[in-house]
Design a protein around this ligand. Sequence first.
Ligand SMILES: Cc1cc2nc3c(=O)[nH]c(=O)nc-3n(C[C@H](O)[C@H](O)[C@H](O)COP(=O)(O)O)c2cc1C
Length: 177
Amino acid sequence: MNTFEAICSRKSVRNYTGEGVSSEELDKILKAADAAPIEMGQYESMHLTVITNKELLDEIDGAGAKMFGKPNIHPLYGAPVFILVSTKSQAETIGNVAYSNAAIVVQNMALQATELGIGACHIWGVVAAINSSPDIISKLNLPEGFIPCCGIILGKTDYEYKLRYIPSERIARNAIE
Ligand SMILES: Cc1cc2nc3c(=O)[nH]c(=O)nc-3n(C[C@H](O)[C@H](O)[C@H](O)COP(=O)(O)O)c2cc1C
């Protein structure tokens, strides 16, 4: 799968078998995170937390469901891995650069997961629930000053990636000539 094929095959996978990813696969996905461009090369402004602890995953899932007011939903979709991307507080960064950095890190991981045939989905929804739960925050062992920003779930899936139809100009554009 070349880069363009990975980009056009990637999709948000929300069905997981429950089986975890191998350490080799996880290493490759984390390498893709490390390969992401970060503003001014400030890699020290980013932090990744790889969560595979079932109890904590369930707690985050439950907190998300509660926040959405839908106790029966599972915003982590039963995925066995959740990689949370945290950034230094906005006060220490310029404008929204922390969000851009975090999004790029997640997208790099999503594309690598696609190439490996591992299910992946960007996760933003539960992060607000995490940030409003001191109990969950304390279990993340984050370095001082880091705030969870977004993340990605990963896991084995029955879904097989294939090239998708991508509508032209789905994102509106204009040109200045
Ligand atoms: C920043 C961001 C946050 C997202 N957060 C969630 C989320 O919390 N839960 C979820 O199921 N999907 C989430 N998604 C996935 C989007 O819903 C999905 O990318 C979009 O609907 C397009 O579908 P596709 O990824 O299958 O192409 C998120 C995507 C992005 C880029």
